[in-house]
Design a protein. Structure first.
Length: 432
């Protein structure tokens, strides 16, 4: 027995100290302890459904892979694409910290303007196509205070001049809870508190942590922008921080407004879950009647009513999306196109039903967690309630489609993947 034990102990010893085992030990040792706020915001069980119609209309095969064109080899991965097809050009917010200009005729691209931080969502001024408004946020951790922090900035194309609109927002009362029939806390124009941007200081405001997406009113006077969460040193894009926020379903989403006419800042909504993409809606005239937003981590779209019979109310427009919705845009027919950067896994859906295990998952290194490489696009009816088209790409060409921008004759896909280069387009689906 002694001889047999000795003979068996050698391979056990060697297996234990094999390279894969040592690598695993090193990974676990180097694992960072998750921030307390992620642990504290874990709540009770949540049932996140899957929309049956979306699954039923899913395209067979991989039409994205079969039909996309990837042109150029210099354009870095992107967060936003802003089209000027009549002028044969587009401006792209890239993850290298530059705004790039793309020649749509010759399929060439070149760096245009370097920004202080990572550029995100962008819109043209509705009455002046020489002006772009954009979100800027951190692309990495910064140990020192930033001179030009996250917030909203203005770029004049003809002069390449960048101007800061605002990087501070009013302090919110986190002790208040939504009413029983409300998703979050939402203020219409009569109830919002406006503070002059010039008077925002440490007594009444804080720095913007993450400016993610924005839109502007038809008259060019009001910029609305989303702050998915306001944890210290928030980083733009797909990060461990954003993944932890998705896992814990924190209600840290804010919607802010900068009024360019009277130069004020105001809170429009908070206590929502990971607010990201945004669109304004109009019942009539040039004054916005409602706001369409996605709650990324809950895989759904919601609407905030600014006017009309439902004024001051919020509602779920569609839920059960197959992934985490990001950028939204409308085509000429009014249809809403939504990017699905990452497919929603069965694991994350199961964990929401069993939240007691989430604390443990927070400690597991990302490299050990299964993450789908599948990414896709979804089209909805103009009011957002009816799915019209859905397709997924298997991730072999790229991952993380973060925005779908409808052009005149084709779709432009912004790909937010480290190391990816190229400008991605695909024809409109035939079955729309």
């Amino acid at each position: 027995m002694k001889t047999n034990f000795s003979q068996q102990s050698v391979p056990i010893h060697r297996n234990f100290f094999s390279l894969p085992a040592i690598s695993l030990i090193l990974i676990l040792i180097s694992c960072r302890t998750p921030e307390e706020y992620f642990k504290n915001q874990i709540k009770g069980p949540v049932e996140l459904p899957y929309h049956p119609t979306i699954n039923s209309i899913k395209s067979e095969g991989d039409p994205i892979k079969q039909t996309v064109t990837i042109s150029g080899s210099t354009l870095p991965a992107q967060d936003e694409i802003l089209l000027q097809e009549d002028l044969g050009r587009a401006f792209v917010a890239s993850i290298d910290g530059w705004i790039w200009k793309v020649d749509l005729t010759n399929n060439t691209s070149e760096p245009f303007v370097k920004t202080p931080l990572l550029p995100g969502g962008m819109v043209f001024h509705p009455k002046n196509n020489d002006i772009i408004y954009m979100c800027l946020s951190r692309g990495k951790q910064h140990d020192t205070n930033l001179t030009d922090g996250p917030g909203i900035y203005e770029l004049t194309i003809s002069t390449k001049q960048l101007r800061k609109i605002g990087t501070r927002v009013p302090i919110t009362d986190k002790t208040k809870e939504p009413l029983g029939d409300q998703i979050g806390i939402f203020f219409t124009a009569e109830k919002e508190t406006k503070i002059p941007i010039s008077q925002l200081d440490d007594t009444n405001s804080r720095n913007v942590e993450k400016a993610d997406d924005l839109t502007i009113s038809k008259d060019g006077e009001r910029i609305y922008f989303t702050e998915p969460y306001n944890h210290p040193n928030s980083i733009l894009g797909v990060s461990s921080q954003s993944k932890h926020e998705v896992l814990t379903l924190g209600r840290n989403g804010h919607l802010w407004k900068y009024d360019l006419k009277d130069n004020t800042a105001s809170l429009i909504a908070h206590q929502y879950t990971y607010l990201d993409g945004i669109l304004l809606e109009y019942a009539q005239g040039d004054i916005e009647s409602s706001i369409l937003l996605n709650e990324l981590s809950k895989s759904r779209l919601i609407r905030l009513h600014l006017t009309g019979d439902k004024k001051g109310k919020d509602e779920i427009v569609i839920e059960g999306l197959p992934g985490f919705p990001d950028g939204m845009d409308r085509d000429a027919s009014g249809r809403i196109w939504i990017a699905i950067p990452v497919e929603r896994s069965k694991l994350i859906t199961w964990l929401h039903k069993h939240p007691s295990l989430k604390r443990l998952v927070l400690y597991i290194p990302e490299i050990l967690l299964p993450v789908s490489k599948k990414t896709g696009i979804l089209a909805l009816s103009p009011n957002g309630s009816k799915p019209l088209y859905f397709s997924m790409h298997d991730g072999s060409l790229f991952s993380h489609i973060i925005v779908v921008v409808p052009g005149k004759n084709k779709l432009y896909l912004a790909v937010y993947q480290d190391g990816f280069k190229g400008f991605v387009t695909m024809p409109y689906p035939n079955n729309l």
